[in-house]
Design a protein around this ligand. Structure first.
Ligand SMILES: [Zn+2]
Length: 370
């Protein structure tokens, strides 16, 4: 039913980090959205919808200015400008006041129900198309960094029957490495042996590689042995970023024009960095979703979904990145499964399938991010 897929350039994350044991204290658990319906979120009693999904559904072009945290919607000459943290929006040059502000939730720009029903739905009716979705252009994934978590004197989580997370991670990383190479994809492993590699070194390896994406492989643990399943973390929206957005929203006038770029190289650098991170965030979410979607039918395990992380594993990595938690070594059944080479091979193959899906989605991001 959707005509075009203008993907976001603007999903904000926080910089993630890797420590499986911290997983239980992380906030921000997202369920995977269904493929056609628009997900809804309740924030402080108000229902919100992800703006990008609405735009996708209705073929509305969307741009995002990372400097002033403002989104510009446009279709057939109809325009809406809205800014994060602000309850006022510009609709074809008229100011309209909402009862709740534009917000960012789990890395995605979200709009209150009132905006959807009283402005968006009226201005941009949903497309009723008899055509299928536009053909997806596959993008070549030429290089991937595979990061096996922990190693050496850092065993990671340890199962009741002694299975060590670091060994599971390394084995799956190697299997994925073989699979990707067989597909002609170049790979970089942050470690290929049982060796301790500090996080900053992992980040350096990744950034020097100039790869297209980064995958960190981990296994989970929880005090509750009943907990089991597969989940993927992507970089979460940082509090500082939200605060910055809110402050910007207050200080910048509502008269919205494209930000003028100064010649000051520091300013320019900041903008460029902002764009790099923002783009990577959108792609990381896409990758996380693709992995969960594939695994849902690939393995007989709970799919716990995609989650935003507030920890510091992928911090500083200048490419789309996710942290995959393949299962819980603290769960007796999953510890047994993860001990099996056949199951680890299946997980590696599932990740490969997710990457295939992702490489299709990535092309869409590139098209809209022109
Ligand atoms: Zn771990």
């Amino acid at each position: 039913m959707c005509k075009s897929k203008n993907l976001s350039i603007f999903r904000f994350f926080l910089l993630p980090a890797v420590c499986c044991l911290l997983v239980t204290v992380l906030t921000g658990c997202a369920t995977i959205s269904t493929r056609s319906a628009i997900p809804a979120y309740s924030i402080k009693g108000t229902t919100y919808y992800p703006l990008v999904s609405l735009c996708d559904l209705c073929g509305v072009e969307i741009r995002y200015d990372t400097l002033i945290h403002t989104a510009y919607l446009n279709k057939d000459g109809k325009r809406v400008n809205l800014r994060v943290g602000d309850a006022m929006v510009l609709v074809n040059d008229s100011v309209m006041q909402l009862n709740a502000p534009i917000d960012i939730y789990q890395g995605t720009l979200v709009v209150p129900r009132q905006f959807k029903e009283q402005i968006f739905d009226i201005l941009f009716p949903q497309l009723v198309s008899t055509q299928g979705r536009p053909a997806r252009q596959k993008i070549k994934l030429s290089k991937v960094v595979i990061d096996a978590g922990h190693g050496g004197n850092d065993p990671g989580a340890i199962g009741k029957n002694g299975l060590r997370e670091k060994d599971v991670n390394l084995d799956i990383a190697r299997r994925l490495n073989d699979l990707l190479r067989a597909e002609g994809v170049r790979t970089v492993l942050t470690r290929s042996t049982d060796k301790f590699i500090p996080l900053p070194t992992r980040v350096n390896i990744a950034n020097k590689s100039e790869a297209d994406l980064f995958i960190s492989i981990h296994a989970n643990a929880n005090r509750s042995r009943a907990l089991s399943g597969f989940e993927v973390y992507y970089v979460a929206p940082s509090i500082s970023d939200s605060k910055r957005a809110a402050m910007t929203a207050k200080s910048v006038s509502l008269h919205l024009k494209s930000a003028s770029f100064s010649n000051n190289s520091q300013t320019l650098q900041a903008i460029i960095w902002d764009m790099i991170y923002t783009n990577s965030r959108a792609e990381s979410i896409g990758l996380a979703k693709a992995l969960c979607n594939v695994m849902d039918s690939w393995i007989d395990a709970n799919i716990l979904g995609i989650k935003s992380a507030r920890f510091h594993v992928l911090k500083g990595i200048r490419m789309p990145g996710v942290l995959v938690e393949v299962g819980f070594v603290s769960n007796l059944n999953e510890e047994k499964l993860l001990r099996s080479g056949a199951y680890r091979q299946k997980l590696a193959e599932g990740i490969l399938e997710g990457l295939r899906d992702y490489s299709q989605d990535m092309a869409l991001v590139e098209v809209s991010g022109k």
